[in-house]
Design a protein around this ligand. Structure first.
Ligand code: ZN
Length: 117
């Protein structure tokens, strides 16, 4: 994940493809900062993948009556849907944790760079 850091405003903002390296407040050039995803980010991806597989199996069974998804019938439908939404919900929480941590990290790196020059 990439961010722009404005040394003058001491602000972090996510890097978007359309935006250039200018600060949207003071128009000064910003510093580019790269931060890796935390473990929360990878858990989020894993949960999303599991949820996606569950959705595919659900549709395969209830919409197309596919053989490979017939075991879905053995699971309570309400519980199944509940589990899917729970996974997506937990994934959102992990995504939020990841974002908060990455922004804090980007701000820290930005401030370090500013102090060093
Ligand atoms: Zn600025």
């Amino acid at each position: 994940m990439r961010y722009w850091y404005c040394p003058r405003d001491d602000r972090i903002r996510p890097m978007k493809r359309s935006a250039d390296g200018r600060c949207d407040i003071c128009l000064q050039d910003c510093v580019q900062i790269r931060v890796k995803h935390s473990i929360h980010g990878y858990i989020m991806y894993a949960l999303d993948i599991v949820a996606a597989i569950m959705i595919v199996l659900y549709l395969a069974h209830y919409q197309f009556d596919a053989d490979f998804a017939s075991f879905v019938r053995a699971v309570n439908e309400v519980a199944y849907i509940g589990a899917m939404f729970a996974l997506i919900f937990v994934s959102f929480i992990f995504s939020g944790l990841d974002m908060v941590r990455m922004q804090a990290e980007a701000l820290r790196i930005g401030r370090e760079g500013r102090d060093g020059t």
